[in-house]
Ligand binder design. Structure first.
Ligand SMILES: Cn1cnc(CNC(=O)c2cc(-c3ccc(F)cc3)cc(O)c2O)c1
Ligand SMILES: [Mg+2]
Length: 214
């Protein structure tokens, strides 16, 4: 088919959001995906939990794994201070192209940098590439089987500091069993589960918040 779901989401956002108004971009995507077609955005129920964690953490540096259309990128970016920076990694170049346009429409280009490629390749480069000292917040929302290996990689590249917050989407649906087993049994993290619903549906899902203890 000529269009894709991300392209249809972008078209709807261009029609219904106010340029420069990140909140209206978030609301437009939620309106489209709840009324027209489901998409794997974190959504508004889990999004409210994400908002609270971002506000409480008040991060200078954020890493998002899994951009998709940029819904959570905009959701997080809209809460960051002007001098804060968010790096988001997306491995699908078509999704990245759409997300870039949605992030631009939200007026968040100055705070957000998108990298296109595999997280396992890009994470080791973060330290030097972006002069990344350490990360204050990591939002995991990419391929569920990559949550654990990428967390181990973040530990080994020295990108986590005492107090870094890891927030993982979909720990119930589709589920991230290996990640949960590791993070909940590790003495290097203090974890807490926030029950919620899968985006736009009545299915149980939730976010796992884990604080790195060093
Ligand atoms: C292709 N691709 C690019 N990025 C990714 C990573 N994200 C997911 O896989 C993902 C999947 C689901 C989901 C899918 C089917 C279903 F029946 C229930 C839930 C929900 C999410 O919130 C997700 O983040 C996949
Ligand atoms: Mg998700």
């Amino acid at each position: 088919t000529r269009t894709s779901k991300p392209k249809r989401i972008l078209a709807y956002v261009e029609k219904h959001a106010v340029p420069g108004d990140a909140e209206s971009v978030v609301n437009a995507i939620d309106a489209y995906c709840s009324r027209v077609e489901w998409a794997m955005n974190v959504g508004s129920d889990k999004g409210k939990i994400l908002d609270r964690v971002v506000s409480e953490t008040d991060p200078d540096t954020v890493l998002e794994l899994g951009t998709y259309c940029g819904y959570s990128t905009v959701r997080i970016g809209r809460l960051l201070r002007p001098e804060a920076r968010l790096v988001t990694i997306e491995m699908n170049p078509d999704n990245a192209k759409i997300a870039k346009q949605i992030i631009a429409l939200a007026g968040l280009n100055s705070k957000i940098e998108m990298l296109v490629g595999s997280s396992s390749d890009l994470i080791p480069q973060l330290k030097k590439k972006l002069d990344m000292k350490t990360l204050d917040l990591v939002f995991l929302d990419h391929w569920k089987i990559f949550y654990l290996p990428d967390t181990r990689c973040l530990e080994e590249t020295g990108l986590l500091h005492k107090g870094t917050v890891l927030l993982a989407d979909n720990v119930v649906c589709p589920g991230t069993p290996e990640y949960l087993k590791y993070i909940r049994n590790s003495s290097r993290y203090r974890s807490e589960y926030f029950p919620s619903r899968l985006e736009y549906l009545q299915v149980e899902d939730g976010l796992e918040k884990s604080v790195f203890l060093g």
